[in-house]
Ligand binder design. Sequence first.
Ligand code: ATP
Length: 265
Amino acid sequence: MRAMVTSGTGPGAPGRAGVPQVLSVANLRKAYGDKAAVDGVSFEVKRGEIVGLLGPNGAGKTTTINMVLGVLEPTAGTIHIERLNLAAQRSAALELTNFAAVYSPLPGNLSVYQNLRVFGLIYGVKDLGARIAELLEQFDLVEYRDVKCGVLSSGEQTRVALAKAMLNRPHLLLLDEPTASLDPATARDLRARIREFAAQGTGGVLWTSHNMYEVEEVCDRVLFLSHGKVLLEGDPRSLPREHGQPSLEELFITVAREPLALERS
Ligand code: ATP
């Protein structure tokens, strides 16, 4: 099998198909003592693109996402959101970003409306009342407007988290396992909404998931991380064939079990 290397064309510069990047990560590294959780990772996300960040438990996905969110400081490497260097223009860069993650629920003692209002004020969203009304409609949350988030079902809470993530019309949307714990119908509905967001062409999405069926359905491109390195990159529908595997799941299992064999070949 052949390991593929990601190529950079400069932050914010037009990517391969002439579409500008919303995210450019170059030689990113995060070390804890002697151990590198993320070890020299480079990749891009373009406008209108959904990129899957895949890898087994402990591969470095969440660490990567937390560095892009400015929550963790990289040991080395650079992150550009559009043309903004996150280290040097942090506030401006983060204004273009938002995220939703299952492990980061919204405050449960606030209602749906209160949560959206608080986050909208934090993000400095203009015409906030109208934006909240629009999102309540878009995510079928009108009937839950005054219900405390803590009593909502997982699927309802995920819809609120996504509405919150859309408040500032992000150019870069980070989704860490957004469909974990959702029933199949709700998960499909959520994927459709994320695809609609990407299809508008102003934002790109970085998506982590352990569900290979979902990744094949929703992602334009995937990156396989293992032990903090990108081992493979490509179209989730053609990558398995290119590497002699019958499915993305089989390829994933092979990469997770034998990353060194892949690096050598
Ligand atoms: P999962 O699919 O299980 O969520 P992941 O790919 O998101 O995994 P990370 O959470 O990024 O993996 O962790 C990458 C590695 O870094 C793991 O081996 C983890 O134990 C280690 N790690 C993460 N945070 C710390 C920390 N604060 N101190 C030491 N090691 C850490």
